[in-house]
Write a protein that binds this ligand. Sequence first.
Ligand code: HEM
Length: 286
Amino acid sequence: MTVIRTAISENTVAARKALHAGFELLEQLPLPSVRRRRSSRQALDRVVYNLIERRRRDGAEGGDLLSLLLSARDADTGDGMDDTQVRDEVLTIMLAGHETTANALTWTFHLLGRHPEVAAALHAELDTVLAGRCPTVADLPHLPFTDAVFKESMRLYPPVWAMSRYLVEDRIVGGYPLPAGSTLLLSQWVVHRDGKWWPEPERFDPSRWIGDRVDPHRPRYAYFPFGGGPHQCIGNSFAQTEGVLALATISRRWMFEPVAGLQITPEPLVTLRPRDGLPMTIRRRD
Ligand code: HEM
């Protein structure tokens, strides 16, 4: 776990720097940060290659994603993936799928801690619908407020706060001529806080996602925590389901209170993390 955590941290910082000119040159130098990153990536590779080797050796049908990847065949050639391809797929899912959802839940508990009235409404829904048991997928249609809390949290603290596109041809976007070769940054953080689409944009207000409070004229891309277009997040529905179930499972029993006087600062790396973590006081509800 430590290997994975270190590698993710080292490399999310680097991926942000990768947007800066000259990054590739700097990565060739024997700087301590470059060496640290390289060795954390190698350690992560070893973890994944070990998993692959063990699964190939045991020939076990693990009934999980790794088994699916190992048994996948190219529809035309019938070939499977080699170890490097499987490693790339595993790392993509692990990094794209874990860091983002963990991030969304982190900010959700931060917001709930600072808005006890929202936390009380969430707890009331969970107590009524679940009556003390663990939630399942079948409960999701009956947890609209829990769902709205998770959505509203990703509006204010989108785990992917900005994404980029490289123009392969000249384009006019919003009246601005943009030459081929330009890099465009599209920021969820900025658009999600635009008062044009979101009344009182800074306010954490999950009920804006419910019933007639939903603005039918709001454009599709006023909210895009999962991106859009051909590269839209493949984990979109899974993450919303997983996030709401995790939120319900944890909040059914526990409540999170902020540490008095502690300022939490978002750090815009590839994902949006709290700069020095998120210390909170956790209390049992029953
Ligand atoms: C709250 C959770 C998540 C958020 C906010 C999120 C956000 C995003 C965003 C914004 C993109 C598009 C990036 C771009 O177009 O430049 C993306 C792509 C992607 N996501 Fe997620 N994601 C989440 C969870 C997941 C999960 C659970 C998985 C896998 C199980 C996943 C796998 C992927 C993959 C593979 C891509 C690349 C798709 C492509 O390029 O075709 N994500 N995600």
